[in-house]
Design a protein around this ligand. Structure first.
Ligand code: FRU
Length: 328
């Protein structure tokens, strides 16, 4: 049941189906469920910018209290953001940035720093010399563009490191192009991949051609769990990954602060760290503990819900009984 204290939060997610996006939504829903007043609705745009615009438009029409958006690209949302802004609906951008200032707050990790961390790690691993293949993300997205900028900023200082670049699309390694580059440059010994999904695809492609032991791969995301980047590091499939937190829970917390009329910073940064064989175990232990705590919270919430339902049934029963008693 809705009451006037309810806080209606809508979330437009740009991509569905990968473990990182799933984790973002899971932590968002969990954080929202901790606050009984929050009504969270998630919409998925499935990489379709026009669908994302329509979803945001319908959230504006419904007069939601806060709209959270993980934008697909940097330029397509400008006018719909202006619409929300002129209607006074607070907008939080999560993970990806846009070429507009019509939003209330941004929350995410500095992708320039992500690229720089990967670059510094690679420079020290290679002692300043070698051949690197950089598999970039979509340059029309802020992570795709900024990770590459940060990476090049560092590697510029190491003229003996040669960088060959390749652009990926929709989290897919372009296999034919990749094979061609590998054939033309058999001396490639490092790969910096836009994310861990692509990093794993690089390893698979290299394994097919039996040179997976010749290259060291660095990815981004560092998700915990069986198919995440931390496990890939532990399994020595990739050498390192740069942590890129999803920010799901933090976005909900920020939304609540905004609803409480708090003045929040326009730019909210989440921390990052490089994960390699030295810290992978420690970090995954910590992440595992958080996961256990999260599922404890979840089961406690279910218990409370069950008790609430039993209480409501009992209450209705008593009401009914007293009604009959009055009649008798
Ligand atoms: C998941 C993802 C992540 C990446 C993020 C950037 O959909 O591609 O791997 O870090 O989006 O927006």
């Amino acid at each position: 049941t809705k009451d006037k204290n309810s806080i209606k939060v809508g979330f437009s997610q740009c991509i569905s189906g990968d473990a990182w996006r799933d984790a973002m939504e899971y932590t968002m829903k969990l954080e929202a469920s901790l606050n009984p007043n929050v009504e969270l609705t998630v919409f998925n745009a499935n990489r379709d910018v026009n669908k994302q615009i329509k979803q945001i438009e319908s959230m504006i029409e419904k007069d939601l209290d806060v709209i959270i958006i993980s934008p697909f690209d940097s330029k397509s949302l400008t006018s719909v953001l202006d619409k929300a802004f002129s209607k006074g609906i607070p907008v939080i951008l999560l993970d990806r940035k846009v070429n507009s200032t019509s939003y209330t707050a941004y929350i995410g990790t500095d992708n320039i720093e992500v690229g720089q961390l990967a670059g510094k790690y690679l420079a020290s691993l290679s002692e300043g010399k070698g051949v690197v293949l950089e598999v970039r993300g979509n340059p029309n997205t802020s992570p795709g563009l900024e990770r590459s900028i940060g990476f090049h900023k560092v590697l510029h200082q190491f003229p003996a490191i040669k960088v060959i670049s390749l652009v990926s699309k929709n989290d897919q390694l372009p296999q034919a192009e990749f094979n061609k580059i590998i054939e033309q440059n058999p001396n490639i010994n490092y790969v910096f991949a836009y994310n861990d999904i692509i990093a794993y695809q690089v390893w698979q492609a290299a394994k097919k051609k039996e040179f997976e032991n010749k290259i060291k791969i660095i990815g981004v995301d560092g998700l915990n769990g069986p198919s995440g980047g931390v496990q890939l590091v532990k399994d020595k499939i990739i050498t390192a990954t740069v942590l890129y937190p999803t920010g799901g829970a933090e976005a909900i917390k920020l939304a609540l602060r905004i609803c409480n009329k708090e003045i929040v910073p326009k730019h909210n940064e989440l921390n990052t760290v490089l994960i390699d064989s030295i810290n992978a175990d420690i970090l995954s232990n910590q992440f595992d503990r958080i996961t256990v705590q999260q599922s404890n919270i979840e089961s406690q919430l279910n218990v409370i819900k069950g008790q609430e339902e039993r209480y409501i049934t009992l209450y209705n029963l008593i009401k009914l009984l007293s009604f009959f008693l009055v009649i008798i």
